[in-house]
Design a binder for this molecule. Structure first.
Ligand SMILES: Nc1nc2c(ncn2[C@@H]2O[C@H](COP(=O)(O)OP(=O)(O)OP(=O)(O)O)[C@@H](O)[C@H]2O)c(=O)[nH]1
Length: 235
């Protein structure tokens, strides 16, 4: 055996004895009034489609997706929280524990849901979520443009005032942009990928199973569960 061969053999036996790389998990909470489309947005990102039917979230639903950025697999754990006060009460403390990012959602066809945003921001503040936690603002249901009550300019002003990027999107209908290439469904992807890129530069906070082993299976089985029904928790 040559020196090169023996060194290759050594390297390969070394790498097989090293523990497999671990996947970082990031918890992202999605909040906003009831009916703005939090379930549909998270489902679209994790299951790749608009759900056939939804019901008001009770407590919280979890959805997960593993994505790869710059060669590293990271897991986004989306907490789809209940918008209705009566379904939130017992859970609120859990929502805000160890949060890595927040997605605020309003419905572009509901001025009320937009007016509620300061209250959602205040709730975050009361649970000690500082400005170091990345936050983004999402105006959903853009496929219903004709019924819009919240203009982009007003939403952008609000986003700027709170130092958040604004995305307007539709969890439902991909609509071709003027150039005919991009669509609102790309925005759903872009929204969570933007968050992921921000999180990627953070230190590992929670470690899960080795990448590419149980996580993938877990994700698949959860997707299957999504197909069958809901997977929720009221803790
Ligand atoms: N047209 C349109 N309808 C949407 C869109 N997203 C959600 N919806 C509809 O809006 C309704 C509420 O959607 P959900 O995703 O359940 O809303 P939610 O914010 O999770 O509501 P809670 O669980 O009560 O907090 C459902 O009837 C959805 O089909 C969208 O982008 N376009």
């Amino acid at each position: 055996m040559t020196d090169v061969e023996s060194s290759l053999e050594f390297t390969s036996s070394l790498s097989s004895s090293l523990p497999p790389p671990r996947t970082r998990i990031f918890k992202i909470i999605v909040i906003g009034d009831s009916g703005v489309g939090k379930t549909c947005l998270t489902y679209r990102f994790c299951a790749g489609k608009f759900p056939d039917k939804t019901e008001a979230t009770i407590g919280v639903d979890f959805r997960e997706r593993i994505i790869e950025i710059d060669g590293e697999k990271i897991k986004l754990q989306l907490w789809d929280t209940a918008g209705q006060e009566r379904f939130r009460k017992s859970m609120v403390q859990h929502y805000y524990r160890n949060v890595h990012a927040v997605v605020f959602v309003y419905d572009v066809t509901s001025a009320t849901s937009f007016r509620s945003l300061p209250a959602w921001i205040e709730e975050c503040k009361q649970h000690s979520l500082g400005h170091e936690v990345p936050r983004i603002l999402v105006g959903n249901k853009c496929d219903l443009r004709h019924a819009a009550q919240v203009g982009t300019d007003v939403a952008q002003q609000f986003a700027d005032a709170h130092s958040m990027p604004l995305f307007e999107t539709s969890a439902k209908n991909p609509q071709a942009d003027e150039d005919g290439k991009r669509s609102n469904s790309d925005h759903v992807e872009a929204i969570f990928m933007t968050v992921a890129h921000k999180l990627k530069s953070q230190k590992p906070l929670v470690l899960s199973q080795p990448a590419g082993t149980r996580d993938t299976v877990l994700l698949r089985s959860r997707r299957e569960e999504e197909e069958k029904g809901r997977w929720s928790c009221m803790c």
